[in-house]
Design a protein around this ligand. Structure first.
Ligand code: URA
Length: 230
């Protein structure tokens, strides 16, 4: 993370004030005066302001990310680029995705270091809705609406999927709302009815609609965080 951003966050000041403090030689990193706001901090760097240590604030953090294709949601995959590439935060490696997307799926990913909160989103007990925009390779038939509502038998699983709402937009496009998160669930549901998902995008989780551009992320508001706890 940039030093001026770190200072602004931890001292509760604007970035321009942080840069003034840097120019005035009030800030050290590992004992050395640093004047450049763009200085990139490593996780274990020790920062002081006016000779006082700044202890990184470790309150729980909550973000939404618009994931592009080609990134994995697991945060410690040595073979693939991970979604942490987009997250410019101290100790970003402590964050995890509250419900993963496949590498080729785009859209809304929630990131947090609050395990209880993410459980509310991912556990089928809490019925948190996820809305996907789906493009398929074979024409969609209206009869699928009832089939998806009744539950689908996925290969290798004992239990039918929970009732899902399918809205057919046109021959090859649909919206699907599910309240579970089984492995490759959407792709497997369409495969089970003889179709194939060409592209998949998550648009909504609970009441939270994706509202940042691809590759961008933002913090959630207090109300957004609480909306998953009721
Ligand atoms: N279902 C899938 O098949 N893939 C995803 O990425 C998300 C839901």
């Amino acid at each position: 993370m940039r030093l001026d951003k770190f200072l602004a966050h931890h001292l509760g000041i604007s970035r321009s004030l942080a840069n003034k403090a840097l120019k005035a030689e009030m800030v050290t990193v590992n004992g050395q005066i640093i004047k450049a706001g763009a200085y990139q901090l490593a996780n274990d760097d020790k920062v002081t302001y006016r000779d006082n240590d700044i202890i990184p604030v470790m309150e729980k953090r909550y973000f939404m990310l618009h994931k592009p294709q080609g990134y994995v949601c697991s945060t410690d995959d040595p073979d693939h680029a991970t979604i942490l590439y987009f997250i410019d935060e101290p100790m970003a490696e402590k964050l995890h995705a509250a419900g993963r997307l496949d590498m080729d799926t785009t859209g809304l990913v929630l990131l947090t270091d609050d395990g209880q909160w993410s459980h509310r989103i991912t556990s089928p007990k809490h019925h948190c809705q996820k809305e996907y925009h789906v493009t398929v390779t074979a024409p969609l038939d209206e009869s699928l609406v009832a089939t998806f509502a009744a539950g689908i038998q996925l290969k290798g699983e004992k239990q039918l999927t929970k009732p899902a709402k399918l809205i057919i937009v046109d021959e090859y496009h649909a919206q699907l709302i599910i309240s579970e998160g089984r492995y490759h669930q959407v792709k497997r549901m369409f495969a089970a009815v003889g179709n194939h998902v060409q592209s998949l995008h998550r648009h909504r989780i609970g009441n939270l609609i994706l509202d940042v551009d691809e590759g961008e992320y933002r913090r959630l508001t207090e109300n957004e965080i609480k909306s998953f706890l009721s």
